[in-house]
Design a protein. Structure first.
Lengths: 477, 483, 95
């Protein structure tokens, strides 16, 4: 039987506010345990929540960016359950009336563009952290994170493969950083994902029993966890068994999922409207003012890059994956006299390679956009060849100066004097009688040998086009 | 000295005819003399006298703040920095608050002295003060009877003149009912008038703090300090500041008083009814007119309340889990066992009962039948009041169906206990202001309360109506016997 | 509504209240009586009535995004039953 996976994602996005959603404590990451947990966050008797306007604004910004309905009236509800990192014994969330209603996000797949439905996005507070290191057989609770604002983005079960799910997740990751509402740091838990996975026979309408995968905190793990889970479910069904609806944890070390022990108990969250918080009502001015703060969104930017710069969909997609990268590209493209496509190739190729190797963000690149533009100018005006440019770039990366300085200091300037090149070629041809014979007998690939010898003799500085032309002329004479 | 209204005490202090230390010492010794009432959970003379000394210092510098140097007792539901705040519960029996409630903070700013923390029903759940972990409070008028609840300690303290004034909280009648039982004045402001920040939550959409005093005038004076917008409470109402004392100047000529037929029907003690009607005649003499009105759903306010209040409470009390503060059970086998034992040992029977009812009412499959149904009924009850206020300016009736009952007489029958609040609960459901003032004694010498209910944010009209009665009568001056 | 023993135990578990086996019957009786009492609500037809969550029905006030709280850990943890290295300690949590 052929099986079709059905995947929906719930993404938790920590909002980049200074203070918590319902208290004036700082949200900064990495402080000493419980030093950023104020009376409200530790749920002392008698304390009350007061809502942070910026959190509402960021949620609306997100909603507008995914073309969603912004609910002018949303209601905070209490989700009741006991857990040591949940100080009030309930989480303030939104249930029946979330701030963001139905929307969608377009992703690129192998089969072209695909629209992924967004069911809703709601505001809620994050919980604290349980530290499982051994404190005399006990668990330590740090409430610094408790009360950090989150939006939970719930997708429709519209994805059909682990790859699609990751594409959607990456697109969402790009979007929230464009919007400047989340730092996107997955290691620190600023951007987290749960996946609902089920499988069904191809052609069947009805959904299969789903499992919820938790604790998947990197793009790679998301893909692996979903793939593992799809295989696991198919194996069960093909053996005539049935999938149990449950929450499962992904174990990255073993590369497998297992049932979560503490969530065995049937949950009954007893949601009800929080009596401490009247409904959140947003007027047109608030929504419109927020709309004005929207940047050009990734998909729009990608389309523009294709039309304005004549780049391929794939290249445009890569260049717009992060706002800073796109800005870098446009700055370099605007500054160079060279070809835009060359700029794109350099950024996607060499520059990204160097960045990845050193785990740097584009903002931390030692080679700035204007410097890269200058390097490409030198390729364009034939001062250096593309190959020499790589050597120059490496020197620039290591702080040896601008392209021109390095070209001068190292004497890398391209040889474009025809008579000089001819002299070198003549020397090469003189000591290559055997190869000339081979070439004349129809072994065309020997041509490369001559080019190589010329470049070697000039230390790569001869203009390759000229070398080709002159060689061709002399050999065919 | 102990019979003086707080306005007079404040004048004496500012005139330096008495110091705050002397006054505080005086009331501290009265508390000691009346220890048998069990009205206080915490009295810390050192703490109070330090505050009194600070007040005296400010007075010397010419500070004339309204309540400077006046000792005031607080229901042990208000968080007080550096003092135990137990809420009448074992689970908070060791909890020293690291912060002050807004009500306390404002009084401190004003220079008032914290005289002590008064006894109360555990988490304000009760109508007799018998659910307190710290034992029942005795009614100063008859030590065999209850003082009412949940603000029983505050009402008893003010009645026994061991505190010049006190704070209380009212979720379903917890200020008005004990005020009626103890022959004092108890005012529940409109919802949103007094900040709930630092007031341990029972049922958040119903809870409201207010004064328990000997007169409406004292209540107004206290409210002038504690009421008003607080940015820390999202349900605090932003309105122009009200001068409650200045609002006491109107006469009641032409005041239309609505009498709900439902408040004078079955279940009302005949002596209470007769006394309340006599008080109403007094209002007629003052020029008011009496109108019969209808509150058709008011008899269902108790069932409605006993869904909503426990539901909110079940969630509000989830934070008492033995993790960050308060009692933790000594023996447990794992995390869940720690939770279950801590809460089973830390909470008393009535609190547990209500948590269970609330948990059930909110649970999957029952939410609509109980919680939503009760909220719908709540709207009907609120609408009944709105319609009634089209015909009248204030509503009056008995505060309670009977006078104070014997200690132990209703502890085995929760529903009989709940029905004590039949005339007070609907006021909380609608968020309205209500006051209970003493209007007489029954044949056994126990006080009877008249309840006055006003429109939303018509707090000054309610206080004024009470004040007018107290200007021409002296029931509120009556002291319990044997002192 | 008469609650059976299992329901009473389930509610107690959900509310994290330990109850002795010997008390289950008493709870069942008491809680059932209270539920019967509150079910008087059903006398009134409330179809189409919009539930009232709050007496004011106001709108939520929003505060500016400012850090106003400083580190109060020492003061807040004075009341903690068990703590170490700034952490609240609880019996081992198993995931």
């Amino acid at each position: 039987m052929n099986w079709e996976p059905v995947i929906g994602l719930e993404i938790h996005v920590q909002l980049l506010t200074h203070s918590k959603i319902f208290s004036g404590a700082s949200t900064a990451f990495g402080a000493d345990a419980n030093t950023q947990a104020c009376a409200v966050d530790v749920a002392l008797p008698g304390v009350l929540p007061v809502m942070n306007e910026q959190a509402a604004r960021m949620a609306v910004k997100f909603g507008l960016a995914v073309d969603a309905k912004i609910n002018r009236r949303s209601v905070f509800a209490r989700k009741n359950y006991f857990y040591p990192d949940l100080p009030k014994g309930y989480q303030i969330s939104q249930y029946e009336l979330p701030i963001v209603g139905e929307g969608n996000l377009i992703i690129d797949t192998d089969d072209g563009q695909k629209r992924i439905g967004i069911t809703r996005a709601h505001l809620e507070e994050d919980a604290g952290k349980s530290l499982h290191e051994d404190y005399h057989g006990m668990t330590g609770i740090d409430l610094n994170r408790a009360g950090t604002p989150l939006i939970e983005i719930v997708s429709e079960p519209d994805m059909r493969s682990a790859k699609e799910a990751v594409t959607y997740l990456k697109k969402m990751h790009t979007l929230v950083r464009y919007l400047d509402i989340c730092d996107g740091n997955m290691q620190e838990g600023s951007f987290r994902c749960d996946a609902n996975v089920s499988v069904r026979p191809v052609g069947q309408q009805e959904l299969g029993t789903r499992t919820e995968l938790k604790n998947i905190n990197s793009f790679r793990f998301v893909e692996r966890a979903i793939e593992y889970e799809i295989e696991r479910q198919i194996d069960i069904l093909e053996d005539g068994g049935s999938v149990v609806q449950e929450t499962r944890l992904y174990d990255p070390d073993k590369g497998e999922t297992r049932p979560m022990r503490t969530k065995e108990e049937a949950h009954d969250y007893r949601y009800f409207p929080d009596p401490d918080l009247p409904p959140l009502e947003l007027d047109d001015d608030f929504v419109e003012a927020t709309r004005q703060t929207l940047p050009e969104l990734p998909n729009a930017k990608q389309t523009r890059f294709m039309s304005q710069y004549g780049l391929s969909r794939e290249d445009s997609s890569q260049l717009t994956a992060a706002k800073e990268l796109a800005e870098y590209f446009e700055a370099a493209a605007g500054a160079t006299k060279g070809d835009v496509k060359t700029v794109s190739n350099w950024i996607i190729g060499d520059l990204s390679g160097y960045l990845n190797k050193e785990h740097r963000e584009i903002a931390e690149s030692p080679v700035g956009a204007r410097q890269l533009a200058l390097l490409i100018d030198r390729i364009h005006d034939n001062t250096i060849s593309g190959k020499i440019a790589k050597e120059v770039f490496d020197a620039m990366w290591h702080g040896e100066g601008d392209a021109d300085d390095i070209i001068n200091d190292k004497g890398l300037k391209q040889i474009t004097d025809t008579s000089a090149i001819e002299t070198v070629i003549d020397e090469v041809l003189t000591r290559s009688a055997l190869q000339i014979e081979q070439y004349k007998s129809g072994q065309n690939k020997v041509f490369g040998y001559f080019v190589g010898q010329v470049m070697k003799a000039t230390k790569g500085k001869a203009n390759p086009q000229q070398v080709n032309q002159i060689l061709q002329r002399k050999l065919d004479a | 000295m102990h019979n003086k209204p707080i306005s007079e005490l404040a004048n004496d202090l500012v005139a330096k005819t008495v110091s705050s230390v002397e006054l505080t010492q005086y009331f501290l010794s009265r508390i000691e003399q009346h220890e048998n009432l069990n009205a206080f959970i915490t009295v810390d003379p050192e703490f109070s006298l330090a505050q009194a000394r600070e007040a005296d210092r400010r007075i010397q510098q010419g500070d004339k703040s309204a309540l400077i140097g006046v000792p005031i007792a607080h229901k042990d539901i208000f968080c007080t920095k550096g003092l135990l705040t137990t809420c009448g519960s074992r689970i908070l029996s060791n909890f020293v608050s690291p912060y002050d409630a807004t009500v306390i903070d404002r009084l401190n700013q004003n220079g008032a002295v914290i005289l002590g923390k008064t006894n109360m029903d555990e988490f304000a759940m009760g109508s007799s003060n018998e659910t307190s972990y710290f034992g029942p409070v005795k009614n100063p008028w008859d030590n065999a009877t209850v003082p009412g609840g949940s603000s029983g300690g505050s009402a008893a303290a003010v009645a026994a003149r061991i505190a010049p004034a006190a704070t209380g909280t009212d979720t379903g009648g917890s200020i008005r009912q004990p005020a009626a039982f103890c022959g004092v004045t108890g005012f529940k402001p409109s919802y949103g008038q007094v900040s709930r920040y630092g007031m341990v939550a029972f049922a958040s959409s119903l809870d409201q703090g207010g004064p328990i005093t000997r007169s409406a005038e004292d209540a107004a004076l206290l409210l002038n300090v504690v009421a008003g917008f607080d940015a820390r409470d999202s349900t605090s109402v932003q309105r122009q500041t009200t001068d409650f004392v200045a609002g006491l100047g109107e006469d009641v000529q032409g005041l239309r008083i609505g009498l709900p037929t439902q408040f004078f029907g079955h279940g009302l003690d005949s002596e209470v009814e007769r006394t309340v009607r006599e008080a109403l005649q007094e209002y007629e003499k003052l020029g008011a007119t009496l109108i019969d009105i209808d509150l058709p759903n008011s008899d269902l306010c108790v069932p409605c309340y006993y869904v909503l209040a426990p539901s909110e409470a079940s969630s509000n009390l989830a934070r008492y889990d033995g993790v960050r503060y308060g009692y933790r059970a000594p023996d447990y086998s794992n995390l869940i066992d720690m939770y279950m034992k801590t809460r089973a040992e830390g909470f008393g029977e009535e609190v547990k009962r209500r948590i269970m009812i609330g948990t059930y009412a909110l649970s999957a499959g029952y939410y609509d039948a109980y919680y939503v149904k009760a909220q719908q009924l709540r709207r009907l009850i609120a609408q009944d009041f709105e319609q009634a206020f089209a015909q009248c300016d204030v509503i009056m009736g008995p505060t309670t169906p009977t006078t104070a009952f014997a200690i132990g007489s209703k502890t085995d029958d929760p529903i009989a206990m709940y029905l004590n609040d039949i005339y007070t609960i609907s006021v909380n459901l609608a968020g309205l202001p209500g006051i209970s003032i003493p209007v007489g004694l029954d044949s056994t010498g126990k006080p009877i309360g008249l309840q006055i209910i006003g429109q939303y944010f018509g707090d000054t009209h309610v206080l004024n109506a009470a004040h007018r009665f107290q200007m021409t009568t002296d029931w509120h001056q009556l002291e319990p016997p044997g002192d | 509504m008469a609650l059976d023993h299992q329901t009473v135990k389930n509610i107690a578990r959900l509310a994290r209240l330990h109850i002795d086996e010997s008390n289950v019957e008493r709870y069942a009786v008491e809680l059932s009586r209270i539920l019967d009492f509150v079910e008087q609500m059903n006398r009134v037809d409330t179809q189409d009535v919009i539930p009232l969550a709050h007496p004011q029905e106001g709108r939520l006030r929003l505060r500016d995004d400012l850090v106003t709280e400083t580190n109060q850990r020492d003061s807040l943890q004075k009341a903690a039953p068990e703590k170490e290295a700034g952490l609240y300690l609880v019996p081992k949590v198993i995931e």
